[in-house]
Design a protein around this ligand. Structure first.
Ligand SMILES: C[S@@+](CC[C@H](N)C(=O)[O-])C[C@H]1O[C@@H](n2cnc3c(N)ncnc32)[C@H](O)[C@@H]1O
Length: 312
């Protein structure tokens, strides 16, 4: 019901390219969002989805973040997951075009799931992708498919996002129209408090003591994902306000002037809408585009701060 009402509001506020005065946004909308050509890479996306839809294996899923509104059990058929949980075919094609249009050379994805979004970024594009997934069995399926489809430049890291997003152990607060202030950890809910707690189950970088976990089939290098600049960051896991704001803030140092952050499900709940409003107001954010399912965030310093609501 919440999403339905949010969609009605979106329809009333949204527009197409008409009335968009920013050349950057106008070109993005007309040349990428509304590009109706059939690109050869789309057939790879189709094949990838097809291979998941006919995969009748059942896997044990470890749930993170916001609970699924559809699945009640942790035993799930891969084909059903692909039908319900992954990026839609239309969004996959848009993501594929965005990578090309924005000339994205490297990307970070939070939430691999079965790899539909990762495949969308990779298909036909020269791109290096780091993708994070907390559920080992889901990630194993994605890894297998990446191999089958010969996607070479994908690094799939398996563990909780929070583990990879730790550096100094300090978290900070996002305040509208302000620079970040550090160390107000209480604002972020249980997960993030435990990240900052040195006695927590999460591994602290530089800690001499190794803390293996049973669900980490590969050794983790937690700080490495924060040492890179990404041209595209696809934030598509744990759709909750506090987590979304924490990921945004934590990943800010990894963006450059031409990066885009894409937040999935910005109208999924009241909390997600609140997170989106806070992100829009942040002083480092210049242009935002609300496409209902996704919120796109640009940091281009040469642009005036402006918010768009565009039907895709
Ligand atoms: C909506 S799915 C991602 C869909 C995928 N990006 C796509 O385009 O098809 C979200 C995924 O994020 C993972 N996830 C959510 N919160 C997480 C967390 N805190 N740490 C690790 N993985 C998490 C879930 O296990 C789930 O597989």
């Amino acid at each position: 019901m919440f999403t339905f009402l949010a969609y009605i509001k979106f329809l009333l506020r949204s527009s197409n390219q008409h009335g968009v005065h920013s050349p950057f946004v106008y070109n993005l909308v007309t040349k990428c969002f509304y590009d109706r050509k059939k690109h050869p890479s789309y057939s790879i996306l189709k094949q990838y989805r097809k291979s998941l839809l006919k995969d009748k294996r059942t896997i044990k899923v470890k749930d993170f973040g916001a609970k699924s509104r559809v699945f009640k059990s942790d035993k799930r058929e891969v084909s059903k997951m692909a039908k319900i949980a992954g990026i839609s075919p239309k969004r996959a094609r848009l993501l594929n075009r965005l990578v090309r249009y924005l000339e994205v050379d490297n990307a970070l994805e939070l939430g691999t799931s079965l790899g539909l979004g990762t495949a969308a970024m990779a298909a036909g594009n020269a791109i290096r992708i780091t993708t994070l997934e907390g559920c080992p069995e889901t990630a194993a399926v994605a890894r297998e498919k990446f191999k089958t489809f010969e996607f070479k430049d994908i690094e799939l890291k398996i563990d909780r996002f929070e583990k990879f997003l730790v550096d100094s152990g300090q978290w900070s607060v996002v305040r509208p129209n302000s620079q970040l202030t550090t160390d107000n950890r209480l604002a972020y809910g249980a997960d993030f408090q435990s990240v900052t707690n040195r006695n927590s189950k999460f591994q602290i970088p530089n800690s001499k003591k190794k803390q293996p976990t049973t669900d980490s089939p590969q050794p983790s290098t937690p700080i490495s994902i924060l040492n890179t600049k990404y041209s595209l960051l696809f934030i598509d896991g744990n759709h909750q306000k506090e987590a979304t704001l924490a990921y945004f803030e934590k990943l800010l140092p990894t963006v450059h002037n031409d990066s885009v952050m894409i937040f999935d499900d910005i109208h999924w709940s009241k909390g997600m809408e609140e997170a989106w409003e806070i992100i829009k107001q942040h002083s480092e954010v210049r242009v935002t585009i609300d496409t209902f399912q996704w919120g796109l965030v640009f940091f281009r310093r040469e642009q005036e701060k402006e918010h768009f609501v565009i039907r895709v």
